[in-house]
Write a protein that binds this ligand. Sequence first.
Ligand code: ZN
Length: 349
Amino acid sequence: MPLVTARQLLDEAAKGGYGVGAFNVNNMEQIQAIMAAAVATKSPVIVQASRGARTYAEDRYLYHLMLAAAELHPEIPMSLHQDHGNSFDTCKSAIALGFTSVMMDGSLREDGKTPATFEENVQVTRRVVEYAHERGVSVEGEIGVLGGVEDGHGAGGSGLEHVTDPDQAVEFAERTGVDSLAIAIGTSHGAYKFSKKPDGSVLKMDILIAIHKRLPHTHLVMHGSSSVPKDLQDVINQYGGRLKPTWGVPIEEIQLGIRNGVRKINVDTDSRLAITGAIRKVFAESPEKFDPRDYLKPAREAMQKVVAARMTQFGQAGHAGDYTPTPISEMAKGYASGKLDTRPSRAAR
Ligand SMILES: [Zn+2]
């Protein structure tokens, strides 16, 4: 199956009332883990790569691994998405490479650290939307600033310093025409999201619900949404790791989001924890081993297990065969004709 846009996957998810996990990758084993989970659960899926991942894996390796995944699993609709593009040029290079969806994170300046002004964000995001839509590629924007740092990207802090203002979200959607919108509701990147199980004082689901009511045609995206389950933390610590106690975003809060317009849920930390725990276990229990396959195979299986669990919990499981993939050339026509316009003043009601 050719790679499809995230927009098509999220439109279908909106019709079906479910969410789609977007899982980060850096190497072959992670791509294989995601594909095995998608096949086992019959799930459409978004595979995403950060700038750091593109550098680590090298663009061509990464892209061809994705082509291999598409070739091997024609029954799985999947999208290749640029996670946290920091500039027009990053998004342009992703599109040139063959990514079918890009995130322009204009909430931060090009350094990936300094919060940008609202106007700066609108301008750069609008430019990416015009360029990408002409080529049939979908765009995710971000308004408000997430907490934490991952892959060298992020403003740091707790996640509550720049929570999204619903009025600004509406104006942003109108002026940029993004397909999907990441909002800041208190979540953070990385393993250390919350110091106790989060409640309404630190995880602002009410803001998410308010934004969805006003932007029913813009798909909402939850970043920093690993659940950081205790059993995965325990495996790491049991075999010599030193993770401090931490809480992620509980599955039931993500499911509440899905009932209120969240269509894309980003998961990276949970995969990292699963992989690291599995490798530590082999190293601790079988110190005589030195064939990388002896620990990469269990690592891949551990990631597959957590990804499959998320696919079931987000509701995407069972939906791989629901629709026919639309090539990006057709998506470009849909954008040009206005049929795919999400701006609140123009979207089809
Ligand atoms: Zn993110």
